[in-house]
Write a protein that binds this ligand. Sequence first.
Ligand SMILES: O=C(CO)[C@H](O)[C@H](O)COP(=O)(O)O
Length: 231
Amino acid sequence: MTTRINPSILAADFVNLEAELARIASADLVHVDVMDNHFVPNLTFGPQMVGRIQDVSPIPLDVHLMISDVDRWGPGYAELGAASVTFHVEASDDPVALARRLRSIGALAGIALKPGTEADAYLDVLDEFDQVLIMTVEPGFGGQSFMHDTMPKLRRVSEAVRAAGLDVRLQVDGGISLDTIGIAAEAGADTFVAGSAVFGADVPADRIAALRDLAAAHRHGGEQSTGRLGA
Ligand SMILES: O=C(CO)[C@H](O)[C@H](O)COP(=O)(O)O
């Protein structure tokens, strides 16, 4: 599985979003954080804005829903054409049913696990999902420090995915930087969300390339990235 770098537009200038998206065109997908000030104590945007981002983005959308009542709202993001839609397990009455619905619409389906949420309940149904997002900060805000104590959970999910021979992406989100990406890569992550590290760089494309190279070098067997949207 190729290494993916998905910049989070949470760290972008919202007033100049189209230009900000152009600055990260060399990334794999754009990570779009939807927050409702209910599931998390912060507010970003909803379907109308995400639809416009979808219209103008040079790369596909990796939507991360930090919202309540995701069974009601989640499918709408798949219908907008997002490549992947990831939701927090606590926000759904039936994560497997929701994942099936998202897949039937044509999106990849992901579950997100907050730092305090155990993975055990999902290890036997990993084939129902295309992606597991291991949060490496408490969801809600960018610019936080990477939580090293989430790595045992990442390793556990990674081992379960490999043991079952599944094609499930393992994404990390929060505090991913030049200093931490190798740690997450060694623990089994293949998809890396980075907000401040990318948009805080003078040249985001150079930072994306540096993060990609570092991650690939630290992944099992020194996996070399083939670039965008490969297998
Ligand atoms: O989901 C998020 C916060 O809930 C963000 O995607 C994440 O925090 C990225 O920001 P940074 O790279 O600055 O930590």
